[in-house]
Design a protein. Structure first.
Length: 85
């Protein structure tokens, strides 16, 4: 799971062009939006597309479950693992 967490962190950094941030700067359990990493709705769209492409999974737009999956790197990793069974 640690490798998946780091892979997600790298994806966040690369797809959102966060040049000044390293994977060590992103707390696995911190919120990605708002007070945590500070991502916004445009970032969510870009990240969602990147995750769909890289991990070949379906993400339902505008669902409460999807919002929960995108809470943190840890919740994204759990979601991705559950979809790759």
């Amino acid at each position: 799971m640690k490798n998946l967490n780091n892979e997600i962190k790298e994806l966040i950094i690369n797809c959102l062009d966060l040049e000044d941030i390293t994977i060590e700067d992103i707390d696995t359990n911190a919120p990605l939006f708002g007070e945590g990493l500070g991502l916004d709705s445009i970032d969510a769209l870009e990240l969602g597309l990147a995750i769909k492409k890289q991990f070949d999974i379906k993400i339902e737009a505008n669902s409460e479950a999807t919002k929960a999956h995108f809470h943190s790197v840890a919740s994204l990793a759990s979601f991705i693992e559950s979809q790759q069974v």
